[in-house]
Design a protein around this ligand. Structure first.
Ligand SMILES: Cc1cc2nc3c(=O)[nH]c(=O)nc-3n(C[C@H](O)[C@H](O)[C@H](O)COP(=O)(O)O)c2cc1C
Length: 190
């Protein structure tokens, strides 16, 4: 299924065609080279002072990390995300080397995940980010270290037919993608 952005001007296909599916092919796997490229893309993201304040925990369907990440998702996300090929827990390193709070850690991790997303999409995988998870439970299950805070979970896999979903989730899968108008987010006038 295609959900190309109905954009006001033409966009690069990687941006226009990206969306966040919930129907994943339970039989799909991600070869090691593609996984490496997805995280390599994150590695090369820009960050304030080049602090690179991100740490990722990767789980592959069937392994222990996947089971642990699945277990901290809210039930709605568990229902669909556990069919994905990989689940990633993203974590922010919230303190700089000098011990001060890094005020842009969350901004930086969002940039890193954005680049991961485009590399994954380019290689034929879909990505769906989730804030619906129990961060305290994630901290309890993974040895993240001091000042390292879970931010999101991410499902990565190959999308499949929405018919594989429950009626409620299928309705969301089929719903059109909507956005604020350009004039609401930036003061450009023509
Ligand atoms: C930080 C973040 C958290 C999100 N959390 C969830 C979530 O917990 N469950 C879910 O189904 N979708 C989640 N989403 C997906 C958004 O709902 C989705 O990106 C948004 O509706 C726009 O749709 P699109 O990505 O298909 O363009 C999240 C997205 C982001 C970026």
């Amino acid at each position: 299924m295609n959900k190309r952005a109905d954009s006001s001007v033409s966009l690069h296909p990687l941006i226009a065609d990206r969306w966040s599916p919930r129907a994943y092919d339970e039989s799909a796997t991600i070869p090691a080279e593609d996984l490496a490229a997805i995280f390599e893309a994150a590695r090369w993201a820009p960050s304030a002072f080049n602090a690179q304040p991100w740490q990722f925990v990767l789980g592959l369907r069937g392994d222990e990390n996947f089971t642990l990440i699945s277990s901290v998702l809210v039930p709605f996300n568990q229902e669909w995300a556990t069919k994905a090929s990989a689940l990633v827990l993203t974590n922010a390193i919230t303190f700089r080397e000098d011990g001060k709070v890094n005020p842009t850690a969350l901004y930086d991790i969002g940039l890193a995940v954005s680049l991961m997303t485009f590399e994954a999409n380019h290689r034929g995988y879909d990505v769906h980010q989730m804030s619906g998870f129990d961060a305290a439970a994630a901290k309890a299950k993974f040895p993240l270290g001091a000042g390292v805070e879970p931010v999101t979970c991410i499902a990565i896999g190959k999308r499949t037919s929405p018919d594989s979903l429950s009626e409620e989730i299928k309705a969301r899968e089929l719903a059109p993608r909507t956005r604020k108008a350009l004039s609401e987010i930036v003061n450009i006038t023509w």
